[in-house]
Design a protein around this ligand. Structure first.
Ligand code: ADP
Ligand code: MG
Length: 327
């Protein structure tokens, strides 16, 4: 018998995330959240549409891990600890195998982050997911885009460019068929690992933060606009995986790294006096952290050490309503 809306909710979505620690069960009209004293709630919502944000025919488990990571990455950018989330799921059909793989991926990602599913909506329609994520930051301690100050260092976690390169692979929708060399691109695309533990730990010594979901340059611009300053980025210092250069050449590797997006790494600015603490915390948590430039006066990005013969990316990042947004 076909699965009905309430069977779906009961079978797949009532126990997602870490064990219920007082958030309450799914099933009421509203989830009730008592925010612990001394914390403020950080909330962010994102929609992922099939064939815009992921291939519709990709394995459901990976659609879930990608969707969750994309959304919870905003909590990392706020320095917030993931707490709970809601899921609005639009499905063309209720297929048991798809739902069970999707729930498995969601369970893994949610449990790893510490966020529990507290409610949602399940409807029939083109495949799309909307996740609202909620995290906790000590009152007054949430990271913002607008705090960068001239002479601050600019730091980047992880590596940049790998997820964008995955979009070039014919195996994007069928990762099981990927070669060993292609796996690092698909992993970056389907299983981003937002660094919320790190962001939470260093929130006190950072002046501004943003996750580079739309592309390093585009998201850096958001920090610069909000902070009213400029930046110099040392292209030679960018953490670009050597395989990316080998497989795609210097120009495209740099395009992907600077303007690709989908990396879900954090770009941070911090006074130079914070450098040792940032590096020690990154080391402690096994997170790669690279100083890629500094905040300057002015209002634009100056790229230094651009390799000879390599041009600037044609655009800074992904925009949904650009004329060529399907690129
Ligand atoms: P209502 O019609 O009152 O909005 P629904 O019938 O849509 O409620 O949902 C019933 C319950 O199941 C609610 O508690 C809702 O939060 C939860 N729910 C529905 N879909 C999902 C989902 N995809 N994930 C988690 N909880 C869900
Ligand atoms: Mg409903």
């Amino acid at each position: 018998m076909a699965l009905q809306e309430f069977d779906i909710i009961r079978r797949f979505f009532t126990d997602i995330g870490p064990a219920d620690d007082g958030l309450g069960a799914i099933g009421d009209d509203c989830a009730t959240l008592d925010i612990p004293a001394g914390f403020s709630l950080q909330v962010s919502v994102d929609t992922l549409n099939a064939d815009v944000h992921f291939p519709a025919t990709a394995p459901a488990e990976l659609i879930a891990t990608r969707a969750f990571a994309c959304c919870v990455s905003d909590l990392a950018a706020a320095g917030a600890k993931p707490w709970c989330f809601t899921l609005a799921l639009s499905l063309p059909e209720a297929q048991e195998s798809w739902l069970s793989a999707f729930a498995r991926g969601l369970q893994r990602a949610a449990s790893a982050s510490g966020a529990r599913l507290v409610g949602g909506d399940t409807t029939r329609g083109p495949l799309a997911l909307t996740l609202q994520v909620m995290g906790l930051a000590a009152t007054g301690a949430a990271l913002r885009r607008g705090g960068a100050v001239v002479a601050d260092d600019i730091w980047l976690t992880g590596e940049t460019g790998l997820a964008r390169a995955a979009l070039e692979l014919p195996v994007l929708a069928s990762p099981a068929a990927a070669s060993d060399e292609q796996r690092c691109y698909l992993d970056a695309y389907y299983r981003p690992r937002p660094v919320h533990g790190f962001a939470h730990a260093i929130a006190g010594c950072v002046s501004a933060a943003v996750d580079i979901s739309d592309g390093l340059l585009a998201d850096l611009q958001h920090v610069l606009a909000a902070s009213r300053c400029g930046a110099t980025i040392d292209v030679k210092a960018l953490p670009v995986h050597s395989q990316l250069r080998d497989d795609f050449g210097e120009q495209r590797a740099l395009d992907f790294a600077l303007a690709g997006g989908d990396d879900y790494q954090l770009l941070l600015t911090a006074p130079t006096s914070s450098a040792a603490t940032l590096e020690a915390q990154a080391d402690r948590l096994g997170i790669k952290l690279t100083r890629i430039g500094e905040i300057t006066e002015g209002d634009g990005v100056n790229l230094k050490h651009l390799p000879k013969g390599v041009a600037l990316p044609a655009r800074a990042g992904y925009q949904h309503f650009a004329a060529d947004a399907d690129a």
